[in-house]
Design a protein. Structure first.
Length: 113
């Protein structure tokens, strides 16, 4: 399941997308965006930085084009600091189904009655 850093990144991403929304609107939009997110695309706060600087090249940066294991991640949420890593590397099909079910349920709860 998601940890605190993952939730923080997700909230920050929605805030980036809608910087002028009020908090009540952001909560509703948060669950709407997540319920419809195309998980083939990672959630990122900034571009993923690959480093060619000596000494930094030894750090593994999340890169599904380079690493087969990164391609298998189901709900990638990428940390913004170098080296970028997937904070949800341990999500399985089962946990994805549960998380998405709860996000959809939360989205429905935020809709006006």
């Amino acid at each position: 399941f998601f940890g605190g850093i993952t939730w923080a990144i997700l909230v920050a991403r929605v805030c980036q997308m809608f910087p002028n929304m009020q908090s009540v609107q952001l909560v509703r939009r948060f669950f709407l965006i997540l319920s419809r997110w195309n998980w083939d695309n990672p959630v990122t706060l900034c571009p993923i930085r690959q480093s060619s600087e000596i000494g930094l090249m030894s750090f593994k940066v999340w890169n599904p084009k380079q690493y087969a294991s990164d391609r298998s991640h189901l709900m990638p949420v990428i940390t913004p600091a170098f080296p970028s890593m997937n904070s949800t590397y341990n999500v399985t099909e089962t946990t994805k189904r549960i998380i998405m079910g709860e996000i959809e349920r939360a989205h429905k709860l935020t809709l006006p009655k």
